[in-house]
Design a protein around this ligand. Structure first.
Ligand code: ZN
Length: 335
């Protein structure tokens, strides 16, 4: 049972324990909603092996609620903003080139989107555009703030994403309202531009945009930065330390996509949707996870069995409680 808005609003972010949050979130999560992974936001030891020489910075911003990780690749910097848990630990990636910044994904909660915007402004360069990776709510609700703060920035997404948001976006926001009150967007921000697949140069940086269907989400953008050898995988790849989300029965196709990503040579740094950047070996760990989840799904008649079996198969992964949410959504869908 969800408590009323007034009760929820009294809970500060800090006061909202994980179990409380889970209890609240469980009532509102539906397959269209992106789900969080833990992040623990600990520095990933693998990062030290990358050319990008990532480092945390701007410790002066001690009152910031989210965490910033910066990776430098010559003249290009990737600033990753990781939200706190109640914002689903979602990332916004800010790609800083010589003269401009490109923002990928807009956060779930408006205060965190506001932190992204304020951080971008400290870079002193205009926001060229905002790109939405997929239509899960935790990646786009905060676009409301970003488009207010950067009114000249056009919002891009893959063909089909705008239609998904028009069809279901408002209902998703309404489902979050009892949990988050005015911290969730009041309106759906619809991307106005369609992102072209293939190679593009933006502010002197080469991007290779790829479109994928039927993985963690129905429609998912990925972006390669061939000169920096960075793969922006968003929700195609998950952290090796944490459970992935298995919301729909797309196991086989998701694994096919991961095999395609594996073939990409030299892309040792992967930015992901819900944790700090990971090493390419995370593609393998995600494949292993999805494969096992598929087997367990085939053998489990109900959500409870699926959830218990998947947790037992990966006892060391963090945030096992999120498996319950995946199970609920997976088994709510027609089989
Ligand atoms: Zn997501």
């Amino acid at each position: 049972m969800l408590p009323g808005n007034s009760h929820v609003r009294r809970l500060s972010q800090a006061a909202l324990s994980r179990s409380q949050f889970l209890q609240l979130a469980a009532g509102a999560l539906v397959p269209f909603v992106g789900l969080p992974l833990s992040a623990a936001a600990a520095k990933n030891p693998e990062l030290a092996q990358n050319d990008g020489a990532p480092e945390t910075e701007d410790e002066a911003a001690s009152d910031r609620m989210g965490a910033i990780l910066v990776s430098q690749f010559g003249p290009v910097k990737i600033h990753s903003y990781l939200s706190p848990l109640d914002g689903f630990h979602v990332n916004s990636q800010m790609i800083e080139g010589p003269t401009a910044v490109v923002i990928f994904d807009g956060q779930l909660l408006l205060p965190y989107a506001d932190e992204v915007a304020s951080y971008v402004q400290t870079l002193g360069k205009p926001v060229d555009r905002i790109i939405l990776s997929h239509a899960h709510t935790d990646h786009w609700s905060g676009l409301q703030v970003l488009t207010e703060r950067f009114p000249d920035a056009r919002v891009f997404a893959l063909d089909g994403v705008a239609g998904q948001l028009r069809a279901r976006g408002q209902a998703r926001l309404d489902s979050f309202r009892p949990i988050y009150g005015d911290r969730i967007a009041t309106k759906v921000t619809i991307p106005t531009e369609t992102i072209a697949e293939g190679l593009q140069r933006i502010d002197g940086i080469t991007y290779d945009f790829r479109r994928f269907v039927d993985a963690e989400s129905d429609l998912q953008l990925a972006a390669l930065l061939p000169e920096q050898k960075v793969l922006m995988a968003f929700d195609l790849v998950f952290s090796p330390n944490e459970h992935a989300f298995t919301l729909v029965d797309h196991f086989d196709h998701w694994m096919t996509i991961l095999e395609q990503l594996k073939v990409l040579q030299g892309y040792d740094t992967i930015t992901i949707g819900h944790d700090t950047p990971v090493h390419r070996s995370s593609i393998d760990s995600t494949i292993s996870y999805v494969k096992r989840a598929k087997e367990i799904h085939a053998a489990s008649a109900d959500a409870k069995t699926y959830s218990e079996s998947l947790k037992a198969a990966f006892p060391d992964l963090q945030h096992a409680e999120w498996v319950d949410l995946s199970a609920r959504l997976l088994y709510a869908a027609p089989r």
